[in-house]
Every structure is written in C-alpha cells, then in structure tokens.
Design a protein around this ligand. Structure first.
Ligand SMILES: Cc1ncc(COP(=O)(O)O)c(C=O)c1O
Length: 298
C-alpha cells in the first residue's frame, strides 16, 4: 500500500473483539462477540476503511486526482470518502440521491466542509448509476478521475475486508454483518476459515438482488454464506418502536451504540433468531460492528 495510505492507517485504533455478556445468550449457551470496527477511527469508522483502502491504493497508483462516487444524504461511504480525500489531498465528487434539500443533512455539511463537490441526481438517474460497477466504466470520466461504485463495492474492497477476518484470533462458528451492497459480506465469505459460515442481514426491503451482487463480487462460487432478508423493518432506514427500544436497551446494558439502519437491525435479528432456537448450544457468533453512527444525526 502507498506510504500516504499507510500513514493514515497508522492513526487508527485497534478493532477490539469483545464478548457480550447477556443473560439471554447465556441461557441458550450461545456466545455473542462483537468485532468493534466502529472503534477504528472517529470518522472513517466501521467497514469504510476496510472497503476503501485498496481501491484508493489502486486509484492513486493510476495517478488519480479525483474520486467520484455516489450515496444517499446520510451516506457513511461518502462521509468517509470525503474525509479521506481531504487528508490525502484527493478531490472528491459525490453524486447524491434525490433533490437538494433546503437544509443539508449533517452528513452532507461535513462532506462539503471537507471539500467534496456535491451533485444531486434524481432517484431514477441515481438507480441508473448502479450499472457502472468498474472504476473506469463511468461515462465521460476525465483523465485522472476514478469512479467508485456505490458503497465502494468493487473487488478491491474484498481484500481490505479480509484483513478484518484475519484479525480474529479465536475459533468461531458464524460471522455476521449488515448488508447494503453486500461487498463487506463478500469479503468475509472469501476470507473466513473453512468451517465458518457468514450471515448478512439486509438493511433494505426486497433485497434478493444482493445474492446475485455478492456472487458477482466473488472470484469463485462459495456456499459458506447467505443473506437473511427478514429484518428490514419496512425498508432502508425504516424503523419501528421495537427496534428503537432494542437499540436503547442494548446501549444501556452493554455501553455500545448501534444505529437503526445497519447494526441495530443485525443485532435485533441475532437476538430474535436466538429466541427462536436458530443457534445451537455451544455456538459462537461474531457480529461485526460496521460503525455508521454519524448517519444517525438529524
Ligand atoms: C454502517 C454500515 N454498515 C454496513 C454497511 C453495509 O456494507 P456493504 O455495502 O458492504 O454491504 C454499510 C454500507 O456501506 C454501512 O454504512
């Protein structure tokens, strides 16, 4: 990796692996651990650095001076990208889903302050942008511009996510992660030991397409992963009172903040599946805290 990126990474804190001591898990003799990627960095938290580092290494090695990407108004991906751009001296352009709001969200205010140029695109045009999946596939790219697909979901992301997996130094049965584009899940499936299965929890409704997207990111077919589509709570960024109460309760009991878009849904799902007898006694689960707390600001 290029020295610029290494020196940024040297400012990161370790992602701790902590056991959740909870009577419900103890009763079922199931262990729940959390890999605290949310602790990695105050801004580039969670799976963002994992997914971005090798894409940016690739971009810089090509002589890129501008990275263009896409995301919603609360996008953790754009947030991390804009900040990294500022640190590395890279220009960034964010194509943002929907009409420009009268008042920018805290996420968009941050990214603008960090120098990202924002372009608002209609929902239809935004959907169409998803067809550009390779770094050079975006139409009318100028020299030294680099296209990063939604969520940074391209093959380079898998290599960074594999590092998360290789940091885990205990034996375990199941690795869990929330899914937006499925790139983090793909990186995990490609890197876990043979006897481990990976479960992704879809943050959006009607997310069957994720299965194809994840398979497309994998260099070879793997059958050690699946995506649970049942805990979307009505759709992307939707929540109900039970999810909100769960997140509050979890914070009170375990002093760990979750947010309702990704990590809250995954953790809720794990508790629910536990109650339903999904995990056998002796099972050890590791859930990845993928960060995203900045997106929770109003
Ligand atoms: C906090 C958080 N968790 C999980 C995900 C899902 O990651 P992926 O898009 O790789 O499925 C995202 C989106 O990138 C995210 O921001």
């Amino acid at each position: 990796m290029l020295p610029k990126l290494l020196s940024l990474e040297n400012t990161f804190k370790p992602s701790l692996l902590v056991q959740i001591n909870d009577v419900r898990f103890n009763q079922h003799q199931v262990e729940l651990w959390i890999k605290r990627d949310d602790l990695l960095h105050p801004i580039i938290s969670g799976n963002k650095w994992r997914k971005l580092k090798y894409s940016l290494d690739h971009a810089l090695s090509l002589g890129t001076d501008t990275v263009i990407s896409m995301g919603g108004m609360y996008s953790n991906h754009l947030h991390a990208l804009a900040y990294i751009g500022k640190i590395l001296g890279l220009k960034t352009i964010g194509l943002v889903r929907g009409e420009q709001p009268l008042i920018l969200t805290p996420t968009l205010r941050d990214v603008q302050d960090w120098g990202m140029t924002l372009k608002f695109v209609s929902r239809t045009d935004y959907r169409a942008l998803r067809q550009y999946q390779d770094f050079d596939s975006f139409p009318d790219l100028k020299p030294a511009q680099y296209w990063l697909p939604e969520g940074g979901a391209q093959v380079f992301a898998l290599k960074g996510v594999a590092e998360l997996v290789h940091e885990i130094n205990i034996a375990y049965d199941t690795l869990c992660v929330p899914c937006g584009t499925g790139a983090t899940l793909a990186g995990m499936a490609a890197a876990v030991p043979d006897n481990v299965s990976v479960i992704g929890f879809a943050a959006l409704k009607n997310a069957e397409f994720l299965r194809t997207d994840v398979a497309a990111l994998l260099a070879q077919p793997l059958n050690n992963w699946h995506i649970n589509l049942a805990y979307h709570f009505g759709g992307f960024a939707q929540k109900d009172a039970s999810l909100t109460a769960f997140i509050e309760d979890f914070k009170l009991q375990h002093k760990i903040s979750l947010e309702p878009v990704y990590t809250g849904k995954m953790m809720y799902a794990l508790y629910d599946l536990l109650q339903k007898g999904y995990f056998k006694p002796g099972h050890r689960i590791i859930a990845v805290h993928t960060g995203g707390l900045q997106g929770n600001r109003k």
